[in-house]
Design a binder for this molecule. Structure first.
Ligand code: PBG
Length: 327
């Protein structure tokens, strides 16, 4: 047989397979999303996300310790307040849940890096991501609130802010407010390319943030659109975003790949709650091998262009990377 090129030569054993890997990953690229809730002595499992918990501030340290041990150094905080109101005032309260969690986390685990999700939906009684005006989310009045939330997170110790609301102009509003308060060195990771997605279902159960009427299609993106992802990415860059995120991850790898090719900033991908829940459910039923699926989903996201990966499986993945199973 005169087959000259035999791709199998480079697959013959683990050593060569590792040597020729095109995708190299490292735990320093992982971010773990963590839910903190008002109250005390709470560590409750989220029914739609088995293995994920809501922690009160006094219990959060146990999880932070596990993260640090696993080698995951970046945390994204989500707050679940006891009281919600029309204008989401707990989102920017000095003693709000995220603000208190940040102060405590920074005190106990100063070596971790803290990012906060900046949005209003967990804090508003109606569950929408901004202020309402005639049953519609009003863009421009919401900007002021979002900027106020970002500043209050940074005042409480956030190392980076990550707006997820999808209002137009929020990056500029936030950048301006941060700079005015002396925080010009705090980076913004924008949820720039965020689609209106059923994959957020379990998260909304976790955070009690399902809109009480309507949906988020008036501000989050339509999943029929790919090129529009580049429009959102370009706008956020012009407005001063430092890192761009694509969300969800699994069904949006085409968009992720575009954003990576067309921009010159770090790109993050968020493997959201529904992706996690699907894997958990299928694994529990014995239909798939959980660890293998988790590795494959992660590597394919990096392969498509992610520099940073947000995932509820961050601890497990850090382990797989350290063992050399992936990476
Ligand atoms: C807040 C926010 C959401 C998620 C991250 N930030 C929910 C939403 O937009 O409805 C989803 C995260 C996940 O599903 O894991 N706006």
């Amino acid at each position: 047989m005169d087959i000259l090129v035999r791709p199998r030569r480079l697959r013959d054993n683990m050593a060569i397979r590792k040597m020729v890997r095109e995708t190299r990953i490292d735990p320093s690229s992982l971010i773990y999303p963590l839910f903190v809730i008002d109250g005390e002595n709470i560590q409750e499992e989220i029914p739609t996300m088995p293995g994920q918990f809501r922690y009160s501030v006094d219990q959060m340290a146990y999880e932070l310790e596990r993260l640090e041990k696993a080698g995951v150094t970046q945390v994204m905080l989500f707050g679940i307040p006891a009281e919600k109101d029309e204008v989401g005032s707990q989102a920017y309260a000095e003693d709000g849940i995220v603000q208190r969690a940040l102060r405590e986390a920074k005190r106990q685990f100063p070596n971790l890096y803290y990012i906060t999700d900046v949005c209003m939906c967990e804090y508003t009684s109606h569950g929408h991501c901004g202020l309402l005006h005639d049953q519609k989310v009003d863009n421009d009045s919401t900007l002021e609130k979002l900027a106020q939330i970002a500043v209050s997170h940074v005042q409480a110790g956030a190392d980076m802010v990550a707006p997820s609301d999808m209002m137009d102009g929020r990056i500029l509003a936030m950048r301006t407010a941060l700079d005015k308060n002396g925080y010009q060195d705090i980076p913004i990771m924008s949820y720039a390319v965020k689609y209106a997605s059923a994959f957020y279902g379990p998260f909304r159960d976790a955070a009690g943030s399902t809109p009480s009427f309507g949906d988020r299609k008036g501000y989050q993106m339509d999943y029929h659109n790919r090129r529009e992802g580049l429009k959102e990415a370009a706008l956020d860059l012009q407005e001063g975003a430092d890192i761009l995120m694509v969300k969800p991850a699994l069904s949006y790898l085409d968009v992720l790949s575009d954003v990576k090719k067309e921009t010159c900033v770090p790109v993050a991908a968020y493997s959201v709650s529904g992706e996690y829940a699907m894997v958990k459910a299928a694994a529990k039923a014995g239909f798939v091998d959980e660890d293998s699926i988790v590795c494959e989903m992660a590597v394919s996201t990096y392969r498509a262009g992610a520099d940073i990966y947000l995932t509820y499986y961050a601890k497990e993945l850090a382990g797989f990377m350290k063992e050399g199973r992936i990476g």
